[in-house]
Ligand binder design. Structure first.
Ligand code: TXE
Length: 480
């Protein structure tokens, strides 16, 4: 039974408590490894190591920092198979998805920010009456980075790499539900020669380790990705401490299909946007609004296309969906499907738990659920389910569908399908979300600002936005 270790001051160490938490393989419902049950003591050791490392790392020339980050990117690529296998066992997602998306994107995160840092500059402002302003952007210190279980290595690296690239050091906590690839990344960082203390990983529960990070007086900046509820808890801690805070939270994203869309593209893209990664991506389009006069034809084609979303053993490439990440989340999704029925929803397809033959018979699997006949403002259409569950709702006018789309407390992403350019621009501008995809989904340019509005978060990740978040700005004005 693998005992995962914390990564503190460049070493893989046991938790002070010497206690461990069971780590489950969701495809089989069995314990397959152990996670350090760390606490404040481990966080304190990690912060001391990070503070010490900051003294040199923050003044290391960017080309040198870049070289190490690019080395890590290469080593992730070299270890793709092992990392993808580990991610699939830990999260339950299909192996083909971990190999084609999660792990390559983790490598890309190191490459993207490892090269971006070579081009990150600042401004100067010359004043006519002989004075010059210039802006200094300097690293802040020890950054606290906390990440979720749905895209474990992908989101963990998306957070820690820009922080380190600009010269901060990091104390990070991956989700206790999917810790394995962060543990393997620690070994890669050692091999790449990342100086001790630049990255520290403390595993364990959010309410113990996560809260110790957010409350630590020597961690002036926090970057969090996870549930909106947890985001609120963190903000309550950091606000009175005046910590810099970035929150990437939940979503309940609308997908608007107009009658003048390319129907074939709209159907295929909508199925992907509904069920990829078992629907456990906060960017999934879980509320599909279809213009009335194509509602029936869209529904028929969408149901047909969803039949390809076979659920089963994530190591069998024929399966498009794997296991739900934890028993708790599996139960939560099934409860929401039950709620949908209570609210008057008609389950057109799926929604039942599945027990595949063989090794996965005790795993946590749910057949993709398609539900219609629900009002736009019922709980099923307002609350984040974060699973393979979508609703179909007809609409007649733009005003009506914008009311529906903007009716939730979230505002992360939105999709819309139309071949009418004016309509695309007009509707996109009125959608309350941080990201809008038109005739596509999850097409990502890492330079773009990434994040949500309302209760989907605060601040933006991506490109130079991330570098600006992880640095402090100072304006110096010289009169001559
Ligand atoms: O969140 P949790 P989950 C959202 C997604 C869904 C949720 C799923 O929409 O709502 O996140 O992730 C730690 N103090 N996004 O259930 O429970 C916890 O240990 C400090 C949005 O994991 O909030 C874990 O490491 N930390 C996102 C992390 O917080 C605490 C993309 C997240 O856990 C803590 C992915 C506490 N009190 C998921 N309690 C986006 N917008 O991109 C828990 N944690």
């Amino acid at each position: 039974m693998v005992k995962i270790k914390n990564f503190i001051n460049g070493e893989l160490v046991a938790p002070e408590s010497n206690e461990y938490i069971d780590n489950y393989d969701p495809s089989t419902g069995t314990v397959y490894s152990l996670i350090p049950d760390s606490d404040e003591r481990d966080v304190n050791f990690a912060v001391e190591a990070a503070k010490k490392a900051f003294r040199t790392w923050s003044v290391t020339p960017a080309p040198h920092r870049s070289k190490i980050l690019l080395k890590i990117s290469e080593l992730i690529e070299k270890n793709l198979e092992a990392l993808a296998k580990a991610e699939t066992i830990d999260n339950g997602k299909p192996l083909w998805l971990a190999k084609s998306v999660d792990i390559p994107r983790a490598s890309e995160n190191f490459r993207f920010y490892g090269t971006g840092i070579l081009h990150f500059a600042s401004e100067s402002h010359a004043m006519e009456d002989s004075a010059l302003n210039y802006t200094l952007r300097t690293p802040i210190g020890v950054a606290g980075c906390i990440s979720p279980w749905n895209l474990p290595l992908y989101l963990f690296t998306w957070k820690i790499v820009p922080a380190i690239a600009v010269g901060n050091t990091v104390v990070a906590k991956p989700s206790e539900i999917t810790p394995m690839t962060a543990f393997l990344l620690a070994e890669i960082c050692i091999e790449a020669g990342l100086p001790p203390g630049v990255l520290n990983i403390v595993h364990g529960y959010g309410h113990k380790v996560g809260s110790a990070i957010t409350a630590h007086p020597d961690i002036p900046i926090i970057s969090f990705t996870g549930g909106t509820k947890t985001g609120e808890t963190i903000a309550k801690t950091t606000a009175p401490m005046f910590k810099k805070l970035s929150l990437e939270l939940g979503g309940k994203n609308p997908n608007i299909v107009f009658a003048d869309c390319d129907l074939y593209k709209a159907v295929r893209t909508s199925v992907r946007a509904s069920f990829t990664n078992q629907g456990e991506i906060c960017l999934c389009g879980s509320r599909i609004f279809i213009e009335k006069n194509i509602y029936e034809i869209f529904k028929e084609k969408f149901l047909k296309e969803t039949e390809k979303m076979i659920v089963g053993d994530p190591f069998d490439d024929k399966n498009k969906l794997g296991a739900i990440v934890s028993k708790q989340h599996y139960d939560k999704i099934l409860q929401y499907i039950h709620l949908a029925k209570e609210e008057g929803g008609m389950i057109l397809k799926g929604g039942k738990s599945i027990h595949p033959e063989g090794r996965c018979s005790n795993g946590w699997f749910i057949e993709p659920a398609i539900i219609e006949n629900l009002p736009f403002d019922c709980r099923t259409n307002q609350e984040e389910i974060f699973g393979p569950v979508v609703t179909l709702t007809p609409f007649e006018t733009e005003e009506e569908v914008l009311l529906y789309a903007n009716s939730t407390k979230y505002g992360l992403a939105a999709l819309l399908f139309t071949e009418n350019l004016n309509k695309a621009h007009r509707v996109a501008a009125k959608l309350q979300s941080g990201i809008v995809w038109v005739n596509c989904w999850l097409l990502r340019d890492l330079r773009t600002p990434f994040g949500g509005v309302k209760r989907s978060g605060m601040g933006r990740e991506g490109g130079f936005e991330a570098f600006k978040f992880f640095t402090e700005e100072k304006n110096i004005c010289i009169k001559f």
